[in-house]
Structure formats: C-alpha cells, structure tokens
Design a protein around this ligand. Structure first.
Ligand code: FE2
Ligand code: FE2
Length: 471
C-alpha cells in the first residue's frame, strides 16, 4: 500500500527492530540496578530477545492489523518497553512493592486486545524478575494480575469502566499479597499494603491521560477513542453534513448495517460503525457528482464517462488525504481506500461502451486495494446493499432478502473479499443482519388520525381547547 510506512519496510522484513527493543530495556535496567555490568546486560538482552521472538512476535503475527501496518508493531513495543521501564524506575526509588503489570497490560489490552495484553504480562514478569529475582513469588502474582487485567480491559468502552476495573484489580492484588504472606513468601508490612492498593487506581489516571496522545501519534485507536470520533462532532463530519448531506445520511444509515453485522459475526462493531461514518469523506470535494447529493442537474451528463470515472475514483484519494490530515485511525484510512475494492464502475463502463465497444473493463475499475480485514469487508457489502435498497422504493421482505443475497454473492464472486478474512458462514450472518436492519428501519408508523390534528394546532388554539375541556 502506498500510504504505509514504506521507508522502514526493509527493517520490518528483517526484524532488526527486535534487536533494538531487546537491548533497550536491559540497558536501562543496568542504569537503575546493575551499574553497567555488561555480563548482566548481555544475558538479560538475550532473555528479552527470546521472549520477543518466541512470544510477542508469535502473538503479534496472528493479529491482522500488525501485518498491515508496522505502526502497530512499533507502538506495541514502545508502550511495552516504556511501561516496563517506567514501573522499574518507580520501584527503584520507592520499593519493589510498587511493581505492577497493571499499567502496561491495561494500555496494551485497550489498544491491541486481550492476547497481546496477556503476552505483555508474561514479558513484564520476566523483566521485573531480572531486577528483583528474590521476589519472584510476588512478581508471579503480578503476572496473574496482568492476565486478569487483560481479560477485563480488552472491551472497555468508557473511562469509568476502566476506573472500576482498577479498584477490582487493587482488591485482587491485596488478596494475592495476603496469600503470599500466609504461605511465607512475603512478610506483612502495612505500608506495602496501601501501596499495592493505590497503584492500579493511580495507574488508571495515567492510562486515561496518555491514551489520547498515543492515539494521536500512532493513529491506533482504542474503543474509547473510536466512540469519541463517533459522536458526529468531528470537523470532517461537520463538513460532510454541510457540503454533502446526502452522503452524510447514506453513511449514517449504512453504519447501522455495518454495526449489527459486525456484532453478529464477532468482530468490532464500534470500528465498523464509526469507520462507516467516515468512509465517503472524500465526497466533500465534489459532492454534486454523487447521486445522493444531486437535486435536479446531473453534472455527469455534461462530461465523458472516462472523466466521470476519474471524478468518482477521486473520492477515494481525497478521502485518504483527509484521513491523514485529520489523523483519523489508520484503519479508517484503510476503510476509505478499500470500500470499493477493485470493482468496476458499471454504469460509466456501459455508457462508454455505447460509443466505443472496445473500451477496456480495467479502465473503469477503482484502484483498490481490496478489503483486508473483516470490518472493511462488511463496509463494502453494506455500502452496495444500502445504495441498491434505497433505489428500490419500498420492497417487501422477500425482495429485500433476495437483493441482499444477490449483492453479497456478487461481490464474493468478484473475489473482492478474498483478503478480508470473511468466511461463507460470516456472509450468511451478514445477510441476515442486513435484512433485519433494513426491515426494522423501514417499518411504517400508524398514521395519525386526520380529524385529530391537536398537535399541529397553534399554541393559542390549544389553550382554548384546554379551557373548553375544563368548562
Ligand atoms: Fe464511496
Ligand atoms: Fe458509500
């Protein structure tokens, strides 16, 4: 993809960054604890390298987004290493009892999901053990805390949920500390107890405070950040509603399609919904060239189909530029780029064929790429289904189902969904979800009785009516 960090691709391929990250933390540890003992630095670097190669990389490779953008790998390792260093630095000055996996694991689980959060807990356990080998039992309890933290924070959608989790984790940490005392691994100290209790809630303040900066710099968004973008107050959406109201309406309607479908097949409904709001932002540049914004005149009647094709394709490029300008999530940029895949602009292709029968199909295709993750594939399907259903007036439920099926199978047959990770059973579920959403959205209301237009009467009349009723 043109718009990825192509300059550092060779580094990514050869994974030199692993060496860098594996040496970085032991070197910092040497400053804090080992007084530049090179033997310790090298042996610790080897241990960290092995943990990175056999643990972090394995799990990261199973994540689609890590394969798509090096930014994910970079952000993951930076957060992991800095959070480890941050915790160790605090423990070096205020005592080992302040060591907790909560901060690093919560940040990583919120941004990258449960699996990477749990891997981070193991990583942090190894690194903390290097600094405090005699307190391995206490650190092992921190590993358990990390596992639970990853489980509880992966789906956090509101900041208050995270705060509540932190109090729960604090209670678990205290419980585990008391157990360690019971089994003779640690001795009881009152100051340890309250330090262990306050670390998760205080860490939460830092997690919540740091998230917007991490999201803005890395363009990797948590669900909290995505929901903030989805409140429809973003400047790009404001531009869309004023310049291309038809596109704005289309985006909000198809967002419901995408959200329900994503929920049904078990991927991220927030990413699907909020990404849908932004998928056609490129239409802001020339809104009149898109049917949903046209009133009477169609500018395409005045230009050649080849030019129409260029104008339509341009909404992808403009969308990518806007996504970069406003630092929207990397995945939104992908959704903008991929939502038409490499499909043909059939209308203009057929129009061109009328004057030149030899015109090439390839000349009327979008540049792509094809959808590369499930939410992006759902968006492509929802986009086509919403547009087709809208042009049909009021179809009955059978007709709706058959049209949606036809479109989904058509796009599948064109092999546009090959890289999306959507299976055939996913497609069936998506069809069901689309049918359900469309029928729910288009339920007719019972008409108001014609002879009782009380709600339409001016306020003065209403007052008179009330007076009469009382009398
Ligand atoms: Fe589009
Ligand atoms: Fe669209």
């Amino acid at each position: 993809m043109k718009y990825t960090l192509s300059a550092i691709k060779p580094v990514v391929k050869k994974k030199y960054y692993l060496l860098l990250f594996s040496f970085f933390l032991p070197f910092l540890l040497s400053i804090l604890f080992w007084h530049y003992d090179w033997k310790k630095i090298i042996s610790a670097s080897l241990l960290v390298l092995l943990t990175n190669v056999f643990l972090c990389e394995r799990v990261a490779e199973s994540n689609r987004f890590f394969k798509m953008h090096f930014q994910y790998t970079l952000t993951f390792y930076v957060i992991l290493n800095l959070s480890a260093f941050f915790c160790l630095a605090i423990s070096a000055y205020f005592g080992f009892e302040l060591l907790s996996t909560y901060f690093g694991v919560a940040l990583i689980a919120i941004l990258f999901g449960r699996k990477l959060g749990q891997v981070s807990a193991i990583f942090l356990f190894f690194v903390f053990s290097l600094a405090y080998p005699s307190h391995w039992a206490f650190l092992f309890s921190s590993l358990l805390v990390g596992y639970i933290t990853a489980e509880l924070t992966r789906n956090v959608k509101r900041r208050i949920e995270l705060s509540l989790v932190s109090f729960f984790i604090a209670a678990i940490q205290i419980g585990l500390y008391l157990l360690l005392i019971l089994f003779g691994f640690e001795s009881f100290r009152m100051d340890f107890l309250w330090k262990i209790a306050v670390i998760p809630p205080i860490s939460t303040i830092f997690v919540i405070g740091l998230l917007p900066y991490i999201e803005w710099i890395s363009r990797i968004y948590s669900n909290i950040g995505l929901l903030e973008l989805g409140n429809l107050n973003h400047p790009v959406l404001k531009l869309l509603i004023t310049r291309a109201p038809g596109t704005y309406f289309h985006s909000t309607v198809l967002a419901s399609f995408a959200e329900v479908a994503a929920e049904k097949i078990g991927c991220n409904p927030i990413l699907a919904r909020v990404g849908s709001f932004f998928h056609d932002i490129g239409k802001i540049t020339r809104p009149d060239y898109f049917t949903e914004n046209q009133e009477a005149e169609n500018p395409h009647d005045r230009i050649k189909p080849q030019i129409s094709h260029l104008v339509l394709s341009d909404h992808i490029k403009s969308g990518i530029e806007l996504a970069q300008k406003y630092r929207l999530p990397l995945l939104f940029e992908d959704m903008v780029a991929q939502h038409h895949g490499t499909r043909i602009q059939t209308f203009f292709y057929n129009k061109a064929k009328e004057t030149d029968p030899d015109v090439k199909e390839a000349a009327f295709r979008y540049e792509g790429p094809k959808p590369s993750f499930k939410e992006s594939g759902i968006l492509m399907l929802a986009d086509s289904c919403e547009a087709a259903l809208k042009s049909m007036g009021k179809p009955d439920s059978e007709k709706v189902r058959s049209v949606i099926k036809q479109i989904v199978l058509g796009i599948f047959g064109e092999r546009e969904l090959d890289n999306s990770g959507l299976s055939l059973s996913d497609l069936e579920n998506i069809e069901d979800a689309f049918v359900g959403v469309y029928l729910n959205q288009n339920r007719t209301r019972i008409p108001y009785p014609q002879n009782n237009l009380w709600f339409e009467a001016p306020a003065k009349n209403r007052r008179n009516e009330r007076k009469n009723e009382k009398e």
